[in-house]
Design a protein around this ligand. Structure first.
Ligand code: SF4
Length: 227
C-alpha cells in the first residue's frame, strides 16, 4: 500500500487535523498542569487511570484519589492498596489499576523517586518503568512524551489503526508503528499528534465504518473509500 507520507508531510497533516478537529485543549492542559503540580509521579498515576476508560471517568478517579489519598509519590507509597482501590473505582478495572499504581510507586521510590523520573536517561527510565507489572509501552510513552518531552510516540488503539490505514507501517507491531509515527510527525510534535490522532479516530476514522467522505484527509489517505 502507498503511504500518506508520499502525498503530504507530517506538519501539513497536523495542520489539517488542527483546523478540522478544533480540539479544545484547555481542559487537557489544565489537567496536565494540575498533575505536574503534584509531581511527575502523579502524571504516571493519571496515565495508568486512563487505560481502557474515557477521559471523564479517569479524571473523576484521579480527583477522588487526590482528595482521599493524595497522588504524590509519597502519598501512594504510604497508602494501603485498599484505600487506593476504593478511591479509583470510577476508572474501572480498579483492582488491577490499584496494584499497578502501588507497584509503580514502590519501584520509583526504590530507584530514586521524583529525581529518577525527571533526570534519568529516558531510554533507561523507559526500561525500568516497563518492568513494573501492569505498566505497558503505551503508558510509559505517554508519560515520557508529556513529562520529559522524550522522543517516544504512544500508540493506542486509534493510532495503531490509523497508522496502518495511512500505510505508515505494514505490521500491527507496537514498536514499528511507534517509530513510524515519530519519524512522520517528529518528536517535538509527538504529544500533540497523539491527541489529534485519538480525536480523528473518534470522530472520523472509526474502527468500523470510517467516515471517509467527510474526513479532512480524504484526498491524501491511501485507505480513503473515495480514492
Ligand atoms: S480517509 Fe478514511 S481511512 Fe483515511 S484517515 Fe480518513 S476516515 Fe480514516
Amino acid at each position: 500500500m502507498r503511504s500518506i507520507a508520499e502525498r503530504a508531510a507530517g506538519p501539513e497533516v497536523l495542520e489539517r487535523l488542527k483546523r478540522a478537529l478544533r480540539v479544545d485543549w484547555r481542559e487537557y492542559t489544565a489537567l496536565v498542569a494540575e498533575k505536574r503540580g503534584e509531581g511527575a509521579f502523579s502524571v504516571l498515576v493519571g496515565v495508568i487511570l486512563s487505560q481502557n476508560t474515557n477521559d471523564k471517568n479517569s479524571i473523576r478517579a484521579f480527583m477522588n484519589l487526590k482528595r482521599k489519598v493524595g497522588v504524590k509519590l509519597s502519598d501512594i507509597v504510604e497508602a494501603s492498596f485498599e484505600s487506593i482501590a476504593e478511591a479509583i473505582k470510577p476508572a474501572g478495572l480498579w483492582k488491577q489499576k490499584a496494584e499497578t499504581i502501588k507497584a509503580a510507586a514502590e519501584a520509583v521510590n526504590a530507584l530514586g523517586g521524583e529525581k529518577f523520573l525527571l533526570e534519568e536517561d529516558p531510554i533507561r527510565l523507559r526500561e525500568k518503568l516497563l518492568s513494573v507489572k501492569g505498566v505497558g509501552a503505551k503508558t510509559v510513552d505517554v508519560f515520557l512524551s508529556v513529562v520529559r518531552k522524550a522522543p517516544f510516540f504512544a500508540v493506542d488503539t486509534h493510532a495503531m489503526r490509523i497508522a496502518l490505514r495511512w500505510g505508515l507501517s505494514d505490521k500491527k507491531n507496537y514498536d514499528k508503528v511507534s517509530r513510524a509515527l515519530l519519524e512522520y510527525f517528529g518528536s517535538e510534535k509527538a504529544e500533540e499528534a497523539h491527541r489529534l490522532i485519538i480525536s480523528l479516530g473518534r470522530k472520523y476514522c472509526t474502527a468500523r465504518s470510517p467516515r471517509c467522505p467527510e474526513c479532512p484527509l480524504t484526498d491524501i489517505c491511501p485507505s480513503s473509500s473515495r480514492r
